[in-house]
Each structure stands twice: as structure tokens, then as C-alpha cells.
Design a protein around this ligand. Sequence first.
Ligand SMILES: Cc1cc2nc3c(=O)[nH]c(=O)nc-3n(C[C@H](O)[C@H](O)[C@H](O)COP(=O)(O)OP(=O)(O)OC[C@H]3O[C@@H](n4cnc5c(N)ncnc54)[C@H](O)[C@@H]3O)c2cc1C
Length: 354
Amino acid sequence: MIMQQVIILGAGLSGLTTAYELKKMGIRPVVLEARGRYGGRIWTLEGEGRATPLEMGATWFGEKHQHLMGMLLELGVGYFDQYSQGKALLESMSFAPPQHFDLSASEEPYHRVLGGSRSLIEALVSRIGKENIRLNTPIQEVREQKEGLKLTAVDGSEYQARLVVSTLPPRLLVKTVRFSPALPKKLVKLMGQTHTWMSESVKFAVEYERPFWREHGFAGTAFSQAGPATEIYDHTNFDGTAFALKGFLSPGTAQLKEDDRREMVLRQLVKLFGLEAANFLSYIDWVWANEVYTHQPYDSYILPHQNSGHPDFALPLMNGKLFLSGTETSPEFGGYMDGAVLSGLLAADRVALL
Ligand SMILES: Cc1cc2nc3c(=O)[nH]c(=O)nc-3n(C[C@H](O)[C@H](O)[C@H](O)COP(=O)(O)OP(=O)(O)OC[C@H]3O[C@@H](n4cnc5c(N)ncnc54)[C@H](O)[C@@H]3O)c2cc1C
């Protein structure tokens, strides 16, 4: 077992940001990732019809997200504005027709990453080097040793590092990883009561041959209290060559089969946008509550963003050998991509100081 200087747990946006920053400083960390893919809560799939980039995870950001914007600029990854021209729809009751309304022109536009949010992940991975990221390596135990920490993966493989940065959402970390000696009780309680942003979401996307909603003067934006889709947006690609509507389903639909969700979504899209909505190229959805490397069911009600950015997350653990990072630990925009980048930058600075 080789002693590494730094091991980062998790190849999501936060862990990859730390690895990239450390590499620039001449420190070569190893990233251990549970899933067989990079990106964590950034997850762009391709539609089966026109290969439209379909975001099943993080999608939007704004000018206020300066850490993320800075990272995109540095990596040369482009972005474009979310389409919002035309009428939006509000469905307040299942038995009443949807109301039309104008989207506020004064609202700052939200941006999307060109080619999909995966472009940012791919740019980071290529800078870090795939040889420094080990996929399919879920860590289940962290044990303190005289020098550094020993990590044990689910398959029994072991890793040693002087310093470990965990980017797992705090609740996931305390529910799925054993610590020896145990972490302070107060912190364990706090982590268990920290919301993992969007981990209960169900997202869907429907790919189309043409953006028929635009042709009828609709933005593609719809809000519904009748469901199953609660929010819907235009998801056309930057070039305007591949078209989709994308949105969120109410979390209760996680209990349905995908075929049933598809049928309900299409029925709702026909009601909102007309009969052409039934003539789709492909349908896809993603239930984040089923993702064991993101979500851990809550024992009691936890508010969205509860305990995000709590100052105790900045405390060094295991005699300064373990740091907590990841978007939920970020002092700003915790839960969002911007928070993931900021926590990644802060973790790199802390490692570099030692
Ligand atoms: C449906 C959805 C929609 C969203 N929409 C937006 C949006 O529009 N705008 C926005 O700014 N943000 C959005 N977000 C939030 C955004 O995705 C996150 O803020 C960001 O991606 C978090 O990055 P992270 O690296 O901190 O955490 P994660 O991406 O969760 O990364 C943690 C990594 O740790 C890995 N891991 C887990 N357990 C282990 C283990 N035992 N051993 C090793 N590795 C492990 C995971 O597989 C994962 O890759 C959305 C999220 C979701 C789910």
C-alpha cells in the first residue's frame, strides 16, 4: 500500500475542483470515486432521438455564481442563456385550463453550460488525468493511523494518505462511512441533519423533432400545482438543432414505474402545449432518491438547505488529517454548483498550507 500525500473522496464538481487546483500547485492527489462515472450530481445524458444533451442533474447558474463562472472561463467552457421568450403557463388546478403569463423581462437570465454541464466535468477530468481518478471505489471505512489515514473500500482494497478531503454530502458521509476513532458526536448529529440538495428530486426530459411550443409563442416554461410535472422548461441545445422539454416531477412519482411516469407526463404536456406534445422522439427520467451515492432517506423532516455551510464543517478532524468539503459545506451558495467550486477551492488552499 503506497502512502499518498492527499486522497480526495468523490469525483463530483467539488472533488474535481480540489484535484485540479492541487495539480496546478504541483501536488498530485488521488481521487477515489464510488460510481463508475465522474460528476456526481452533474449528470448529462443524451436523448436517443437527436443526442440532445439532457440534464438529469445540475443545469442552471447566474451571474452571481462567480466561482463557477470563473472556473468555466479558466477552463474555456462556454455557456448560453436559458430560452425564455414567449408565454409561460401556470396550471393551478387539474380541472381548469392553464393560465398564460409573461415571464418578467427584468429578471436576470439563467445560463446553461454549452454541450451540457458534463462539459465542465470533462474539462476538469482531462486536466487532472484519468489515471489519477479511481472509479468504482466506494470507501466504507476511515481509520486513523500514526501517520495519516487508512481507507478501506467496499471490495476490501486499502489506501493510505497523510491527508483526506471528503466531498461526500455530510449526511451521506456519516450514514455510509465508519470512522475509527468515531467523529465527535455533536458533528455527527449536525451532519445527519444536513440536507443534501436535490437528492429527493425526480427529473424528466422529452425530446422532440421540432420546438413546436416556440412556434406557438410559448417559452416552454410551465409551473403546475396539478402535476405530475411541477416545473417545465425549454431544453433546446445551444445550436438550436436538438429540442426537448425538461423539468421536475413531484417526488412522490419516484414510487411509480418509469412507463407510468412517462404516460402521465405526456398527458400533462398535451394539456399544456397541445397535441403535438404526444409525438415525441424519446423520454427519459431520473429518480435521485434511488442513488445510493447521493441520497440517504431522512428520519424526520429536514428543511431544504438545512445546515448548509455550517461553520463546524470547517473544523479539522482526526488530528488534522481529515477535512470536510463538498457543496453542502460551502460558506456561500451551499447546495449549488457554485458552492461545489468554492468548497473545492477552499479545500485546495487548506491542503496546500500543510
Ligand atoms: C436533480 C438536480 C438538479 C440540480 N440542479 C442544479 C442547478 O440547476 N444549479 C446548480 O447550481 N446546482 C444544481 N444541483 C446541485 C449540484 O448538482 C451540486 O451542487 C453539485 O453537483 C455538488 O457537487 P459536489 O461535488 O459537492 O457533490 P456530489 O456531486 O454529490 O459529489 C460527491 C461524489 O462523491 C461520490 N461518493 C459518494 N459516496 C462515496 C464513497 N463512499 N466513496 C467514494 N466516493 C463517494 C459520489 O458518487 C459523487 O460523485 C442539482 C442537483 C440535482 C441532483
